[in-house]
Design a protein around this ligand. Structure first.
Ligand code: AQP
Length: 332
């Protein structure tokens, strides 16, 4: 059976981008067709300046939102990355296979390190090595597929390269995984700046719709979204990035495709209104379920406890095999 691994970083409140680009696909499709593991990858949240209490709160919230989005713990394994030591164990081995040049070429590293420097901060070494830990997350489980939004494509490519290189040098050990993407909304853009991705660690502004935003807040943000010159409602990412982003969001919410919506609307206002309604409807059941789950923290904890136990059992043999293959003496 196909095995799937994917994760979400608790670096901020989950956004509509995370949901349409990744989480919804995990819940609605992936867990029903494959053996699935979904993780709150909290170690990745330590790569930039962070507040410990906030990371803990966001980790719990992310896990709760994944359950609220429909991840079913009877079907999929849901766990917190730091509860399973194998990720860090394997990451070190992969650091011995990766090169610093490869790391420095990663787009997210270039962008995030530039941001840290612009803020006057220093860049943590873990920000550079973060894609290696991500490779470990995936390879530790022998995952065949990694469903992600398209900002993660380069990291999955690196994971493939590391798996192939390790296998060539030390004997066949890892499954070489491939990335899969949603057909629509693989990159939801910021509503106020459609040239940049809607990211959860961005400055909490009017351009980001959070999964837990109240309906009125969602409506306001969408009605105030930046649009483009001219008045035609056409899908054209280059010439009309703002309108195209709204068409993409609307199509993703309604299960259609954005090209098909070109020419359907006569005004930007009508498009915005329908998009706002569609997003509110998509978020409603998630928000309702989230409220129920928040009232039952013991249930969420038990899901995470069982998930970590299962994840440990799955990753341990793989990581032990890699330790032996690379030349480490087995413990006596
Ligand atoms: N805007 C987006 N559109 C589509 N998919 C997206 N994803 C993230 N943003 C968008 C997908 O969500 C999954 C989880 O993302 P992540 O937590 O691993 O972090 P990220 O990719 O770096 O996303 P963020 O929200 O922008 O976090 P920060 O701001 O901390 O960097 C991934 O599958 C991702 O592709």
């Amino acid at each position: 059976m196909t095995r799937i691994f994917s994760g979400i970083k608790p670096t901020g409140h989950l956004t509509l981008g995370n949901y349409l680009g990744a989480v919804r696909q995990w819940a609605d499709v992936d867990q029903h067709r494959a053996e699935s593991l979904f993780s709150v990858v909290d170690l990745h949240a330590l790569t930039v300046d962070h507040d410990p209490g906030r990371v803990r709160r966001l980790s719990r919230q992310a896990a709760t939102l994944l359950l609220a989005s429909g991840i079913d713990p009877e079907r999929a394994t849901l766990f917190v990355q730091s509860h399973v030591d194998e990720h860090a164990r394997l990451s070190y081995l992969l650091e011995c296979v990766a090169t610093d040049g490869e790391m420095r070429r990663m787009i997210q590293y270039k962008e995030k390190s530039a941001l840290e420097r612009a803020r006057g901060g220093s860049v943590r070494l873990s920000l550079l090595t973060y894609p290696v830990l991500m490779a470990a997350d995936i390879l530790a489980y022998g995952a065949d597929e990694v469903p992600v939004g398209d900002d993660q494509v380069q990291h999955v490519e690196l994971t493939r390269d590391l798996a192939v290189r390790f296998n060539q040098r030390y004997g066949h050990t890892f499954v070489v995984p491939r990335a899969t993407y949603p057909k629509v909304a693989a990159r939801v853009m910021d509503l106020q700046d459609p040239s940049s991705k809607m990211g959860k660690s961005g400055d909490a502004g009017a351009g980001i719709v959070y999964l837990l935003d109240e309906p009125e807040v969602v409506r306001k943000k969408i009605m105030r979204a930046v649009t483009d010159g001219g008045s035609e409602v056409e899908y054209d990412r280059e010439a009309k990035p703002g309108v195209s982003n709204l068409l993409e969001i609307l199509a993703a919410c309604e299960g259609g495709n954005p090209e098909g919506l070109s020419g359907v609307y006569e005004t930007y206002g009508a498009l915005k209104k329908d998009t706002a309604d569609a997003v509110v409807e998509v978020l409603r059941p998630v928000q309702e379920k989230h409220k129920e789950l928040v009232a039952d923290p013991a249930y969420v904890e038990e899901v995470l406890r069982r998930g970590a136990e299962r994840a440990r059992g799955m990753s341990r043999p793989m990581v032990d095999t890699a330790y032996r293959a690379i030349g480490l003496l087995p413990p006596v």
